[in-house]
Design a protein around this ligand. Structure first.
Ligand SMILES: [Zn+2]
Ligand SMILES: [Zn+2]
Length: 263
């Protein structure tokens, strides 16, 4: 018996879609396209608050709360206290997105490291997994997690676009990887190989919407309803049906974020 499509978008910025009416349209359209669960991501205090509100309104929307490395200098004890408060919602499943971005320097590396460290501590205290934004900062990300003795099985490298070598190292160390639309781009042959070979129970998929629309929608505003294009690309490379791959990656997400398993 063939399985039904059940995609999970583990990384969408629903706050971008603004007014509530528009968010509803985005969430409904995704659901109709088989995207049965969405995790909306916090990158600031405002977007974290928005995410919790939206997740409490829709059964199949969950939230992660956190401050992006671009906003690192804003992290202080009051902000951490607000995140801790927001995380009390039963719909909050992770702290994120947090991490380091040395490619863009909106904040200094030391501001970013401080913001990341404080939020890793919070996740540990709350026993929540973390969603990591890592751009050109692998070594420092690994070092901070080690210093904080954070369990790496609870760490997800989102929008993974590193080399095969980095993927092997990250998987050996226990990380989970999430792939976005970049895997569908023509030039991404190495990344496609990584997505093809990584253990199924360690990988997830995401849109990172509104950014990074997958082929053949490249250039337009991305949204969760376009997630199947990411999943179908990897499913084909792995010789799986979209249905099988959607359920397998949704179950990776279920195990990682503590959500109900999918049949
Ligand atoms: Zn990111
Ligand atoms: Zn993001």
């Amino acid at each position: 018996m063939s399985k039904e499509l059940f995609w999970t978008d583990t990384h969408a910025h629903l706050e971008f879609f603004g007014s509530d009416g528009h968010v509803e349209e985005i969430v409904d359209r995704a659901f109709e396209n088989g995207v049965k669960r969405i995790i909306t991501i916090g990158d600031s205090l405002e977007s974290s608050q928005h995410g919790v509100k939206v997740s409490e309104r829709y059964d199949h929307v969950y939230a992660a709360v956190g401050i992006h490395p671009h906003e690192g200098r804003l992290v202080n004890p009051e902000v951490i206290a607000e995140l801790r408060e927001l995380a009390q919602s039963p719909k909050v499943v992770a702290i994120g997105e947090i991490g380091l971005d040395y490619y863009r320097d909106h904040c200094t590396p030391s501001e970013q490291r401080n913001a990341f460290t404080e939020q890793v501590k919070l996740a540990k205290e709350l026993d929540l997994p973390i969603i990591i934004h890592d751009r050109e900062a692998d070594f420092d990300v690994f070092e901070i997690l080690d210093n904080e003795s954070f369990p790496l099985s609870k760490a997800l490298l989102h929008c993974f676009s590193g080399s095969a070598e980095t993927a092997t190292l990250a998987l050996e160390r226990g990380f989970h990887l999430s792939f976005s639309g970049t895997v569908t781009f023509g030039k991404s042959t190495e990344l496609k190989d990584v997505a093809m070979e990584a253990p199924l129970d360690r990988i997830m998929i995401e849109t990172d919407s509104p950014f990074l629309a997958p082929e053949p929608y490249r250039g337009r505003t991305n949204e969760p309803s376009l997630l199947p294009a990411v999943g179908e690309c990897i499913a084909e490379a792995r010789g799986m049906t979209p249905e099988e791959f959607s359920v397998a990656t949704s179950n990776s997400a279920s195990a990682f974020f503590g959500l109900p398993a999918v049949n």
